[in-house]
Design a protein around this ligand. Structure first.
Ligand code: KIV
Ligand code: ZN
Length: 505
């Protein structure tokens, strides 16, 4: 018999704590919608008391994303729980996730409370949350470095107070698989009312063992795993959803555990999170990296051609990763729309019309159009904020014996503006010209350029990180011309910044 494992996705909460990641409400909503399509059981949408922006994002997701449970994080106090319950007001299946640290090191240096005080606070928090919402998860932060018997006491009290899920975090990624498995087993065997709650595991990846620890937890009684797409999160990140899910699916006879995840949505979800968060997926990343299914050596290629089972334990179709030639410049609107649907997008007519026009322009410039090109076009369109500035024109002159110069023309609702600038290379000149045109200075934190697919006519994707007021705004641009992709990315990041900070000339 197989055991059902719930997938609690915390990309929007713990994942958003990745250094340099700052997702806006609109981007969070988009990610939540893809997560629902991926069929995760619970989406942890954020930490409402952390900031008004977080509160608004959780409320929006609660109101719009249905068919999945929406959780909100709260420290074990009434103010945080009030904010969480308020943000979750419109959720179909709300869940309050309340937590307090339990390790002696956290009690002494962070909370300055005794074990008895922490236990009382945890119990009171669960009881308070339970007044409003029936699904309450309780986490003992730093559980893996806490005293096991004390943990049993606090979990027993939390369940008595009404917790429906007890979460066991390896907050600092310190545990090892056999040790973490033993901890889960100990809690299952020594918490007398454990049958009234689901045991959940939440692992961090500081020693690269988050997925292994989570699998050990499943083998020892955990029925929920908390994870993030691409394993993003604080420091070295969290348990990677795609790795955990594919380990359970590929080694089904071994783990005898299943999830509800639609694995064919994994690749698309991974790319969407990477695009919106600005955190690139390493090429060798298991399951979703560009090289995850690439066979380089001749011996391997020969074996795979004879029978894929020789070197492939999963195939790319299982995770929805493909790179097929799909359409060309003679393809019609009907074929394009059908392909968009096959790729899993559900877009309104007007959006398809705009995308079709962009596709035709791309097909004119590029010999073959791959699924990934289409995905890049869709992602590019989806991430466009209400555009304050639109790029109309750019020109760059550069060479190794001259100073690079660039001129740009931007359009706003109140007219056109144009400026030129010199720079240290073509991209620098271009960015300076845009900055001059807009009339305020921003801090360029990072810039990246990569090809969406291979080949000399590949679509280039530029990503720009602009910093302002402790916030980072990520802009993306695609084009077969990398200078144009860079200009679009810069203007896109500026538009996002203006959307939040309201900066206008
Ligand atoms: O890592 C951790 O301990 C957490 C808790 C809030 C569950 O993220
Ligand atoms: Zn965490």
């Amino acid at each position: 018999m197989e055991t059902g494992i719930k997938i609690f996705d915390t990309t929007l909460r713990d994942g958003e704590q990745t250094p340099g990641v700052c997702l806006g409400a609109r981007e969070k909503l988009e990610i939540a919608q893809v997560l629902a399509k991926l069929r995760v059981d619970i989406i942890e949408a954020g930490f409402p008391s952390a900031s008004p922006g977080d509160f608004a994002a959780v409320s929006e997701i609660a109101a719009q994303v249905k068919g999945v449970s929406i959780a909100a994080l709260a420290r074990a106090n009434t103010q945080d729980i009030d904010a969480a319950k308020e943000a979750l007001r419109k959720a179909e299946n709300p869940c309050i996730h309340t937590f307090i640290a339990t390790s002696d090191i956290h009690l002494e240096y962070k909370l300055k409370l005794t074990r008895e005080q922490v236990l009382a606070q945890a119990e009171a928090a669960v009881r308070y949350a339970k007044k409003f919402i029936s699904d309450v998860e309780f986490s003992a932060e730093d559980a893996s470095r806490s005293d096991w018997d004390y943990l049993c006491k606090i979990y027993t009290a939390a369940i008595t107070a009404g917790a429906t899920v007890i979460n066991i975090p390896d907050t600092v990624g310190y545990s090892t698989p056999s040790e973490f498995g033993a901890l889960i087993r100990y809690i299952c065997d020594n918490v007398p009312n454990i049958d009234k709650a689901i045991v959940s595991a939440h692992c961090h990846n500081d020693l690269g063992m988050a997925v292994a620890n989570s699998l050990a937890a499943v083998q020892n009684g955990a029925r929920q795993v908390e994870c993030t797409i691409n394993g993003i999160g604080e420091r070295a990140g969290n348990t990677s959803l795609e790795e955990l899910v594919m380990a359970l699916a590929t080694r089904k006879e071994y783990y005898r555990a299943t999830t509800r995840i639609d694995t064919r949505q994994i690749y698309r979800t991974s790319r969407q999170v990477s695009t919106l968060s600005g955190i690139a997926v390493p090429p060798n990343k298991a399951v979703v990296g560009d090289n995850a299914f690439a066979h380089e050596s001749g011996i391997h290629q020969h074996g795979v051609l004879n029978n894929p089972l020789t070197y492939e334990i999963m195939n790319p179709e299982m995770v929805g990763s493909r790179n097929a030639i799909v359409l060309g410049k003679h393809s019609g609107r009907h074929a394009f729309e059908e392909r968009i649907q096959q790729l899993g997008y559900d877009l309104p007519e007007e959006k398809i019309n705009v995308l079709f026009k962009e596709f035709k322009e791309l097909a004119d410039r590029k010999k073959v159009v791959y699924d990934r090109d289409i995905e890049a076009l869709v992602a590019d369109r989806q991430q466009m904020t209400d555009e304050c500035y639109r790029l109309l024109y750019h020109q760059v002159v550069s060479g190794n014996q001259m100073v690079a110069t660039a001129s740009v023309r931007l359009e706003t609702d109140s007219g056109m503006m144009e400026e030129a600038s010199c720079g240290d290379g073509p991209v620098d000149a271009l960015f300076k010209a845009i900055e001059k045109t807009v009339g305020f200075s921003v801090c360029l934190k990072d810039y990246q350029l990569k090809a969406v697919t291979s080949g000399e006519d590949a679509l280039g994707e530029a990503t720009v990180w602009l910093g302002h007021d402790d916030k980072i705004f990520i802009g993306r641009g695609i084009s077969t011309d990398v200078i144009e992709a860079s200009a679009r990315a810069y203007v896109n990041a500026m538009n996002k910044m203006i959307g939040v900070c309201g900066y206008l000339k």
